[in-house]
Design a protein around this ligand. Sequence first.
Ligand SMILES: [Zn+2]
Length: 267
Amino acid sequence: MFLGGILFLLGGCTQKSTTKKSSSTHSSRVIHKTNKKRTTTATWHHYQQPIELPILMYHSISSGNSLRVPPEQFANEMAALKQAGYYTLSASQAVRAFKTNSLPQEKCVWITLDDGYEDNYSAALPTLEKYHLQATINYITSFQSRSGYITHSQLEQMQHTGLISFTSHTVNHLDLNELTMKEQWQELEQSKKTLDLQLNQNTQVVAYPAGRYNQLTLQLAEKSGYEIGLTTHQGLANNRQGLFALDRIRITPGLSTAQFMYLIANG
Ligand SMILES: [Zn+2]
């Protein structure tokens, strides 16, 4: 207990009092790497009603079009999350949340960035490190040597911070619903194999490129070994949507902080 208490304090994870929705609790330890130190423990609360989790969807952290969120806006949003006491889940914690219908604290958010732009390293990572927030990059495995995207070395550096999870955004970022079964399988399975091998992990999450998928995609994603799949349907995610068709919340440039916080609460 004493050690647990110390780890809890070090982690700084605000433990909310048990809510009315919480039916039972079970203790388990969540440990993530932080600059090679082991920190943070939290008690996960199990809920009777399906949890609703905001999964934020970013792409490039820069400016220029409706998919790009400027670094200053991103920094303001991360500061707002921190200030409001949100805990940011890693990919494996998010999987656990949906599969067990539980959360480490009441206010949680899952930050995802699609495509693996180089500015995720140069512009987003410093902010995430500043506020000690976790995020997940949905990575396109064939883009690793492409200009403007995260390089192999950057990927490893990001992984070593202990704050960034890498999950699949397929091999080539094609519209899965337009591919044959065999092609879909290759996009899903090969990207998982690459990430599993390169990062020495079990890649549990796939985000469908451009949110395009069909019923076959959902089956093949599961068969490939993923545990959840992310779409671009707008809304708070809950497991009634199906673990392979979870909604996300698109963050667009020009949002005010108030609008951002509204989206997180309401989808
Ligand atoms: Zn994409």
